[in-house]
Design a protein around this ligand. Structure first.
Ligand code: SF4
Ligand code: SF4
Length: 347
């Protein structure tokens, strides 16, 4: 498969990568089979995270004995020196490697959060030390918030940026792709299918391949899904007039219900992290049921139920999203799933 230089890391990776969120939902054998199929098909960029429950361990199992070329990236949401040290040690153990090619600060969601990451007494020096010791080869960052992502690129401290980019939420991704190219920061595009809203892989992948410094990562859980993506990458990539028209139609039909996670709707009067609540349908598609009705996601959705319907967020949203309606739909969906889970006896 064609390769692409991942910004200033200098790493050469396959033109599309693999995102390992969905393999948490599979049983271990199926999860390992998906990762192995990716490797067999020439996918050399594999991304996981400490936060993705079984994902790192399964990737480690799949990689055991693999002696081909591969670039492994993982990430941590910890913002403390002790926390990041523990997560890094755990990742090395789970992935069964002596060194992680790309270690990322995961989901840096606000400017104070970015400050915490870069604090001289915070987690960054720990990862820099790990880099000097050879446990980490390159340092990156992931964010869903465009202004934070842009600032992270400009700091010059990160070699890669991971950000949601697809043809529905295209405006912000295109802007970031240009900025990343200017700073030679590798751009890893998460959510190429817009969290499941783009059903046609051909359109989603071909659109992103037009950007020569962007590596889309596809979160696949079935063998035929990765096989289809590889066929698309083999080309030709140019979007036909018909495909461009189809993209335009999908944008019009879904764009007014698609959250770009820009957070311009904040601050919410009830303190609800609106963009996170908007991601609930994606979480449902990609995570085990238990994970979306317990823990931090349950806390998030309980918070969402406190919406007072003040409507201020809708006045601020540049995309005129019906936020109140969408929050309320997501809360209702969460309650239904929680009941289903409780009734199943798994609680
Ligand atoms: S309508 Fe709901 S979500 Fe929007 S600002 Fe008011 S309380 Fe927050
Ligand atoms: S609801 Fe609108 S303003 Fe808020 S994050 Fe989504 S797209 Fe941005």
């Amino acid at each position: 498969m064609e390769t692409i230089r991942l910004g200033k890391t200098g790493l050469m990776v396959s033109r599309v990568g693999f995102g390992a969120i969905p393999i948490q939902r599979l049983d271990a054998d199926d999860a390992i089979a998906v990762v192995k199929r990716c490797l067999d098909l020439g996918v050399t960029y594999l991304d996981t995270a400490n936060a993705y429950s079984t994902s790192e361990g399964r990737m480690g199992e799949a990689l055991a004995g693999w002696n081909g070329n591969v670039v492994i990236s993982t990430k941590s949401q910890s913002r403390t020196p002790e926390g990041i040290e523990a997560h890094l040690a755990q990742s090395l153990e789970m992935l069964k490697v002596d060194s992680i090619d790309l270690y990322q600060f995961h989901n840096v969601s606000s400017f104070p959060d970015l400050e915490k990451v870069l604090d001289p007494n915070g987690p960054f020096p720990i990862v820099e030390k790990a880099k000097r010791e050879g446990k980490v080869k390159h340092i990156g960052i992931t964010s869903h918030q465009i202004d934070v992502a842009k600032e992270a690129v400009k700091t010059g401290r990160f070699e890669t940026i991971m950000y949601p980019f697809n043809f529905i939420a295209h405006e912000l991704g295109e802007e970031l792709a240009a900025l990343s190219a200017q700073h030679d920061v590798g751009f890893i595009a998460m959510k190429p299918f817009a969290g499941g809203m783009i059903g046609k892989a051909t359109l989603a992948i071909k659109y992103l391949l037009q950007f020569p410094n962007v590596v889309p990562i596809a979160g696949v859980e079935k063998l035929h899904e990765i096989e289809e993506i590889i066929r698309i990458v083999e080309g030709p990539w140019t979007l036909t007039d018909e495909e461009n028209a189809e993209i335009a139609t999908i944008r019009t039909e879904t764009g007014n219900r698609f959250c770009r996670r820009c957070d311009y709707c904040q601050p919410c009067t009830a303190g609800i992290p609106i963009s996170n609540v908007m991601s609930f349908p994606t979480m449902v598609k990609r995570m085990p049921l238990k994970n979306v009705v317990t823990g931090w996601i349950a806390d998030l959705m309980e918070k969402a139920s406190e919406c007072t319907n003040c409507g201020l967020c809708e006045e601020r949203c540049p995309y005129q999203l019906p936020i109140r309606e969408m929050v309320s739909e997501n809360v209702a969906n969460y309650r239904r799933l929680k009941k289903e889970w409780q009734d199943s006896g798994a609680a």
